[in-house]
Design a protein around this ligand. Structure first.
Ligand code: C2E
Ligand code: MG
Ligand code: MG
Length: 705
């Protein structure tokens, strides 16, 4: 093997087509010496038969064959689509054929002279090498074309185009997809100038674009710029271009290349999300969350500028009655139109927000003197009181405004809003359709109460109430026997509120009736859902307040709730406190009797804290006594509490009632109670009150304590 390198040695044979057998043998020997494998044919026809089923690396072809000329053989081969390279061999007399043969595609031409055999290996080596290079080039070209096609497809899918800018020649190349992004046909215009490109960029964004590129050229750092362009077909779109600079050996930037991506859809989705998070859907005004941000910014700015910041809380007077008489749609229209009017009252730098319901907030920044706030407040009162025409009705509305001023009335957003709110209640209290500045002399307790009462009425519509559930457990087995539904209020400003913060208010102002009905319905519905899901059936205990209990149609409400929710009455227990039940014992016996007849259980809550007449207790159709957690707390250390607990357990047993202890937090308390025959318990030891999803897991998997 001489100089034929590995990659050129063809796996396929070299064909020798030569009718002179002796000469053919010599040629074969020379080529085999080179590392080639050879096949020899004496006439043209044999070659075609062979090539029909095989392929060859190279053909060495004698021009004069017995059955045809070399030229005819080649032509026939081409017709058959065989592209094998060939070297033409002729006698000394046919040298004139050389040019013709080369034209017909021969890769070389040899004359049979005395040096023929010496030259043959070199010629074959070169022919094989050239063919190998040609094949590789073809493959590379093919794969390049495939990659280009793939890239174009990817760019199309991603709405991403690529570009290259030769800084020396000024030539700019764009991929097809880039033309598409710009709403153009690929290649039109064929020549891209920077001026033309600049003319497509939205003028406001052009400086940003130029700056990014110049900066990149100067620093040789990559750049990334977002800008808008005007397209022919899709109007204004948003794109982002990323690019890199290529520098020559001297460090001078010579090529800028990169990609451009159409991000219009993404930007739109992002802004829609922002809109949902930060803006009120009805009026399009900033909502509570954005207001807090803006307020914080405004506070910081006022602190820097040493100016006043006015926080105006505005609440429509009697909006509820408008809503009720004309319907929610009319109410919505009114709110929208008020929003538009208010917007006209404030400067662009001020913020107008809607907190929900009929409450708006205006932030007035950069105020030099309180008088400025007074002027705006008066303007708002005037503009709100102008009539609004909705669905053929002329609606007159007024509003009350409370004003808190930074830094006089507070230096954080919560305090300022709260104080403005309190001032607003004061305004409502004094005389509607006016405004009040917050003052420290206000009866804050009373106003706070008013504020809470007011937001409580709105809370039901806004879905701010929810129930948590606390398991009641048979301590002998650890089984859940029931659960108590306990009310919670997720207040928008004050956070999560427990019932002791608001139930008394609801009882005072009568709201407890609607709230209580909501609790009852929610608890029954949830219990039925769990049962329908195949979870173990247990009773749900619902607390009733004294006000609800005195309500004449309570039994109807309960009956219809059970009917509507489909809950079997035996899975509902009502908890009534000892003091409530004993207040008008005679009358209450009849009410309780009706519940009993309906199949509902009755428990006396907080038992032991009030005064119970045993004779009445005997008359009441009760199911259970609940030992108040006040006795359970020190049951293992305070002999008095222990004695009271024992007595309650005894009373229950005498009256054939069940007994349950609440507020069980420790194992020692549990053991004491168990030892004294109180088997049902409720308390943090077993579980805190938990949300419905959590409680379903407890029902499914049991308690872990
Ligand atoms: P309650 O009916 O005596 O409810 C038991 C209270 O004790 C619940 O407080 C419960 O979270 C708490 N508790 C349970 N286990 C433990 C414990 O191991 N340790 C301690 N320290 N506390 C425990 P919550 O939920 O704050 O309820 C307070 C009261 O509010 C209730 O006392 C009930 O009288 C009233 N309430 C709750 N929900 C409603 C309701 O829907 N309607 C009415 N009218 N009143 C409700
Ligand atoms: Mg209770
Ligand atoms: Mg209790």
């Amino acid at each position: 093997m001489k100089d034929l390198s590995e990659d050129i040695i063809a796996a396929e044979p070299v064909l020798i087509i030569e009718d002179d057998g002796g000469f053919a043998e010599l040629m074969q020997a020379a080529l085999e010496d080179l590392g080639c494998c050879c096949r020899t044919f004496a006439c043209g026809r044999e070659v075609f038969d062979w090539l029909a089923a095989n392929s060859a690396a190279l053909i060495i072809l004698d021009y004069t064959l017995p059955d045809m000329t070399g030229a005819a053989l080649i032509q026939r081969m081409r017709e058959l689509g065989i592209t094998t390279p060939f070297v033409m061999v002729t006698g000394r007399d046919d040298a004139s054929l050389a040019v013709e043969m080369m034209k017909s595609g021969a890769c070389d031409f040899m004359i049979k002279d005395t040096t023929f055999l010496d030259r043959l290996p070199a010629v074959v080596t070169r022919a094989l090498h050239e063919d190998s290079v040609r094949r590789k080039l073809k493959l590379t070209e093919l794969s390049l074309r495939q990659s280009e096609a793939r890239l174009a497809r990817a760019q199309k899918i991603a709405r991403m185009g690529s570009w290259e800018w030769n800084l020396d020649s000024g030539e700019i190349y764009w991929s097809d997809e880039l033309y598409h992004i710009f709403g153009l046909q690929p290649g039109d215009p064929a020549v891209i100038s920077t001026e033309w490109l600049y003319s497509l960029i939205v003028p406001l964004d052009l400086p940003v674009f130029k700056k990014a590129i110049l900066n990149s050229l100067k620093t040789c750092q990559p750049f990334n710029v977002v800008y808008r362009i005007t397209t022919r077909n899709a109007g204004e779109i948003v794109v982002t271009s990323q690019g890199e600079v290529e520098c020559d050996e001297t460090g001078r930037a010579c090529i800028l290349s990169g990609t451009t991506l159409d991000i219009t859809a993404r930007i739109k989705a992002e802004s829609e999300i922002q809109q949902l998070i930060n803006y009120d859907t009805l009026t399009g005004l900033p909502n509570r969350s954005l207001l807090h941000d803006r307020l914080q910014q405004a506070i910081a700015q006022s602190a820097r500028d040493k100016t006043l910041l006015g926080v105006l809380v505005l609440d429509l007077d009697r909006f509820k009655s408008i809503n009720e008489t004309l319907g929610h749609r009319a109410g919505d229209k009114l709110l929208k139109s008020i929003g538009t009017r208010l917007q006209a009252c404030v400067r662009e730098s001020d913020t107008l927000a809607r907190l929900g319901g009929d409450e708006f907030v205006v932030l007035l920044v950069g105020v030099a003197h309180e008088d400025g706030l007074t002027i705006v407040a008066k303007k708002i009162l005037a503009i709100v009181s102008e009539p609004v025409y909705i669905d053929g009705h002329e609606i007159y509305s007024t509003c009350s405004i409370g004003i808190a001023v930074y830094p006089l009335d507070g230096d954080d957003s919560h305090t300022l809003l709260k104080h403005a709110d309190l001032a607003m209640y004061q305004a409502k209290e004094l005389d509607r359709n006016n405004f009040q500045f917050f003052s420290r002399d206000m009866n804050i307790k009373v106003l706070e109460r008013m504020m809470l009462e007011n937001s409580m009425r709105k809370a039901l519509d806004r879905d701010e109430f929810f129930l948590v559930y606390q398991p009641q457990v048979d301590a002998r087995t650890g089984q859940i026997t029931g659960m108590e539904a306990l009310l919670r209020w997720q207040h928008p400003d004050l956070g999560l509120l427990a019932p002791d913060k608001f139930i008394y208010l609801a009882e005072d102002n009568g709201f407890i009736i609607s709230l209580g009905e909501w609790v009852l319905r929610a608890a029954c519905r949830q219990n039925k859902i769990w049962q329908d899901q195949g979870l173990p059936a247990v009773r749900v205990a619902v607390n009733l307040s004294a006000k609800q209990f005195g309500q004449y149609r309570l039994d109807e409400v309960i009956a219809s709730t059970l009917l509507d929710t489909g809950l079997d009455p035996r899975w509902l227990e009502l908890e009534i406190t000892e003091s409530t039940i004993m207040k008008d014992a005679e009358k209450n016996t009849a009410i309780l009797q009706r519940f009993k007849e309906m199949g509902i259980s009755l428990a006396i809550d907080d038992f032991g804290t009030g005064y119970s007449s045993l004779s009445y207790l005997k008359l009441f159709p009760l199911t259970r006594l609940k030992i108040d957690r006040a006795f359970v707390r020190d049951i293992t250390t305070n002999p008095d509490d222990a004695a009271i607990a024992r007595i309650i357990i005894d009373i229950a047993s005498t009256l054939k009632l069940s007994v349950i202890a609440e507020g069980v937090e420790t194992r020692a308390q549990m053991q004491f109670l168990s030892f004294n025959n109180c088997v049902e318990m409720q308390g943090y030891l077993f579980s805190r009150p938990v949300r419905a999803e959590e409680f379903a897991k407890l029902l499914e998997h049991g308690l872990n304590y």
